[in-house]
Write a protein that binds this ligand. Structure first.
Ligand code: FAD
Length: 441
């Protein structure tokens, strides 16, 4: 048995880790109580099998690529980082990237991940034409919006519970360069931040970093980053059309003591970050896609800054109507506690594409908290606000929400469960997350 966790390092669970080398062996490994695991970037317990966990990163081959259409067929273990580094310089990028590039194609489909462009271009699943799926009852099927469409729509955002994605065909976007024209807007409070995000609806990319310890008149103060793909004629003299990725060489070598992150260090960091960002606000400038899309990837193993007990990410989405009041209430409670970290994000989402996809039209707020004291009780209270507002929590970030919160947030759950049952009647596919939230007990 192996001790495994998600990116938040909570919970840590014993599981049998299997590393198949062929699709046939994947089928054998998926005996009762197993789930697929990509690159382990989901924060909580989604990629940990109830009994066995099937590692998929060995399946990392590109099968075919058509430069005329941007269509690519690849195995599910290919990492987005490799896709970007290989196809970016040829002028092709994924339509959607999450906040880290170290995720697998299988993981990106299973969580239907969203990027900074969800409000206008949708999620990862929108650009998946088809998948090769090994179902829980041992069949290998091709699924798309036209063929086996229920299996397809349940697998996009289905957190690995419909089967193992073996391969996928994606559409890539064409780009002239690997640079982003960025415009920074400073917003002095939550109203200004939401107005700036609304005004940025026409921008391809938009996201706000929100100071979650600021209180009173500063509550919700933010820096909003809008972005567009830059053309060759916009690059600084001598810049390569496609920038090199910086190796995340520097890392956090040890678990930091839990007192390193406290209300004083977080407040000081946020103050400095906000003031420096506010100075850059106004005009636009061109930045490499790597720091624009993946700012955290430059610090290897940054999840160790929370110490041995790990951390929780709470990511909710609140429907547009009434979002201001609920977000204000959540931020006020969080600021009064003072221990949410500086990694707080506010952004707008559109409609999700899969049956169980997280996004709905509204605002999503993501906050990180160290695991300590009464944090679980505190987050249960925040969940009640989210549910009362018609919102939901993101399964890829979750390690602790209750079944009642989950069921209230996902009204299409019964349709998902029926499709899951038809693909896996014996219940072979089970993760720690499914045991906590989905499976009959
Ligand atoms: C720093 C950071 C920033 C992030 N930013 C964002 C963001 O901006 N937007 C966003 O949407 N997410 C974000 N995430 C979450 C991350 O994108 C998702 O959790 C993604 O699913 C991780 O992919 P993975 O390959 O690591 O999958 P894992 O974590 O290994 O697995 C995630 C889920 O996918 C399933 N799965 C994996 N491979 C397969 C397969 N081959 N077949 C079937 N199911 C499979 C697993 O069973 C599990 O349910 C972020 C995570 C981190 C650490």
């Amino acid at each position: 048995m192996t001790l495994v966790s998600g990116w938040g390092r909570f919970p840590v669970v014993d599981t049998e880790m299997l590393r198949p080398r062929s699709f046939e062996a994947v089928g054998e490994a998926m005996a009762s109580g197993a789930v697929a695991r990509g690159n382990g970037r989901a924060y909580g317990d989604a990629a940990i099998g109830a009994a066995r966990t099937v590692a998929m990163t060995a399946f990392d081959r590109v099968r075919s690529f058509d430069p005329a259409t941007g269509r690519i067929r690849l195995e599910a273990g290919v990492l987005l980082s490799d896709l970007i580094d290989t196809f970016g310089p040829r002028g092709f990028l994924p339509f959607v990237v999450p906040g880290t590039r170290f995720v697998s194609i299988g993981g990106a489909i299973a969580a239907d991940v969203h990027g900074k462009n969800h409000h206008c271009e949708g999620g990862f699943g929108r650009y998946v034409d088809s998948i090769l799926l090994r179902t829980g009852q041992g069949e290998t099927i091709e699924a798309s919006r036209e063929q086996n469409s229920d299996a397809f729509l349940a697998t996009v955002g289905g957190m690995g519970l419909t089967g193992v994605i073996l391969e996928a065909t994606l559409r890539l976007r064409t780009v002239e360069t690997g640079w982003i024209r960025e415009r920074v807007i400073s917003a002095s409070d939550l109203d200004a931040a939401m107005r700036a995000l609304d005004a940025g609806d026409a921008a391809t990319y938009s996201v706000a970093w929100i100071d979650c310890v600021a209180r009173g008149k500063d509550l919700g103060r933010s820096l909003i980053y809008l972005g567009e793909h830059a053309g060759k004629d916009e690059l600084p003299a001598g810049a390569a059309a496609f920038p090199a990725a910086k190796d995340p060489g520097l890392g956090v070598p040890i678990d930091l003591p839990s007192m390193t992150l406290n209300r004083f260090s977080i407040r000081a960091f946020n103050e400095l970050y906000y003031r420096m960002g506010a100075r850059r606000a106004g005009g636009s400038h061109v930045v490499s896609l790597y720091p624009y899309f993946f700012p955290l990837d430059s610090l290897k193993d940054w999840n160790r800054i929370y110490g041995k007990r790990g951390f929780l990410q709470h990511q909710c989405v609140i429907p547009e109507n009434g979002a201001r009041a609920v977000l204000g209430e959540i931020l006020d409670r969080v600021a009064r506690r003072g221990d949410a970290s500086f990694l707080a994000v506010l952004k707008k989402l559109g409609q999700g594409d899969g049956i169980l996809s997280f996004p709905l039209p509204g605002y999503t707020l993501a906050l990180d908290f160290p695991v300590k004291d009464d944090i679980l009780t505190f987050l249960d209270e925040i969940d009640r606000l989210v549910v009362a507002a018609g919102g939901r929590l993101y399964l890829a970030k979750d390690a602790r929400q209750s079944r009642a919160t989950f069921e209230a947030g996902y009204p299409a759950l019964s349709r998902f469960n029926a499709i899951r049952k038809s693909l896996d009647p014996a219940g072979n596919i089970r993760s720690k997350l499914s045991q906590r939230l989905f499976d009959e007990v």
